[in-house]
Write a protein that binds this ligand. Structure first.
Ligand SMILES: Cc1ncc(COP(=O)(O)O)c(C=O)c1O
Length: 379
């Protein structure tokens, strides 16, 4: 089986260090928000070139904490992408605000910055760009608008750690950056984990307060917060992995380049991922788009044939956020998001991880070619 993701190959590389770290933390007697977390926050701040890193329990909480830190809630609107994981817009709703979706670009699959301004109302408080699949949004356009309309910017960087926009790492490009260390992410823990990043001292203080039940001083609570702490074992593992993130992201880029080359003969039936010239894509996913009049039907057949040939593939995302039951109260209409509708029917993500071998990629592409053209294209 060629899985969409294999996490054990990475563990094998770092096994000795990780095993030692697990034992070190177990013996330390300190398990939550201790020295490993503090060191991790410091090292991560240096890697991302941001002033503050605030570890928390997961990426979903990071988004919620960011919204609460910016005092966004009932009566407010937050503009975001409909082509993302549920956590993005769910967090806006959880904070009591209204998610406002703008349609996406057909190539990057990020929200279309040309359509942002029309979505701004007197209730808009923030723009929440999602760097989907690891490719940065056009942040100059987002920040220009945010500045002129006095809006905050929260980056959803869950899929994009290490990705750059105009040579600056994502997470430091808005007011607050939100990251996930879910095991499948480019930098993954051995359980849940997340963090917020910011260059603003007051926001960092609020984020630290909110992650421990709205408390700056133990047992004195100033507003409802969360129990959203990063634990020592996750921080220790992340500290071991962090020095490798650039090397792993480069390996992902090499895998993507190989796929691009291997898939060239199929250019009439599928589109390989677009690279924005301003962004350093870190390929959290390698997502192709099927061409033709009935892509969803073709995709279903294709996935079946891939499965039979022991190749795993995934659809990220089959249902856009405006069409989720969670947001039924918003009464949104899919006709307002024609690009997202079309893209959701066309996308298919192929196996992608730094340790994926060339022979495995050839097998993936041959299976695709066999299914689409009736013949493999690489011997
Ligand atoms: C774009 C995006 N935002 C937010 C999240 C939420 O992160 P977590 O699963 O750590 O809560 C994820 C991943 O799951 C994601 O892909």
């Amino acid at each position: 089986m060629i899985p969409i993701l294999n996490l054990t190959r990475q563990y094998e590389q770092l096994k000795d260090k990780i095993d030692q770290a697990l034992i070190r933390v177990a013996a330390s007697g300190h398990y939550i928000l201790g020295p490993e977390v503090s060191e991790f926050e410091r090292e991560m701040a240096s890697y991302l070139n941001v002033k503050h890193v605030i570890g928390c329990a997961n990426g979903t909480d990071a988004l919620y904490l960011a919204l609460k830190a910016l005092k966004i809630g009932a009566g407010h609107e937050v503009i975001t992408s409909p082509f993302s994981y549920m956590a993005t817009s769910e967090s806006i709703a959880r904070a009591g605000a209204k998610p406002v979706f703008v349609d996406i670009e057909p190539d990057t699959m990020n929200f279309d910055v040309q359509k942002l301004e029309a979505a701004i109302t007197p209730h808009t408080k923030a723009i929440l760009p999602v760097h989907i699949f690891g490719q940065a949004v056009n942040m100059d356009a987002v920040n220009r608008l945010a500045e002129s309309h006095h809006l905050s910017v929260i980056e959803d960087c869950a899929q994009a750690i290490g990705s750059e926009y105009k040579a600056q790492k994502v997470g430091g490009l808005g007011d607050i950056g939100c990251f996930s260390f879910f095991p499948s992410k480019n930098l993954g823990a051995f359980g849940d984990g997340g963090m917020c990043t910011t260059n603003q001292d007051d926001l960092a203080e609020r984020l630290r307060m909110l992650r421990v039940h709205g408390s700056r001083k133990r047992y004195y609570h100033e507003e409802p917060g969360l129990n959203s702490r990063l634990d020592e074992i996750q921080a220790a593992i992340l500290r071991i992995k962090l020095p490798h993130i650039d090397e792993w992201n480069h390996a992902r880029q090499a895998v993507a380049n190989h796929y691009d080359a291997l898939l060239k003969p199929l250019a009439d039936v599928l589109q390989t991922p677009y690279r924005s010239p301003d962004s350093q894509h870190v390929f959290h996913q390698y997502t192709i788009q099927l061409k033709g009049p009935n892509p969803a039907q073709l995709r279903a057949t294709l996935q079946q044939q891939l499965q039979e040939a022991q190749v795993q593939s995934m659809i990220y995302y089959p249902v856009p956020l405006y069409a989720q039951q969670t947001h039924a109260d918003l009464n949104l209409n899919k006709v307002d998001y024609p690009v997202c509708e079309a893209v959701s029917d066309r996308v298919l993500s192929l196996p992608m991880f730094p340790e994926l071998r060339l022979d495995e990629q050839e097998q993936v592409v041959n299976t695709l070619a066999q299914a689409l053209k009736g013949t493999p294209i690489h011997a």
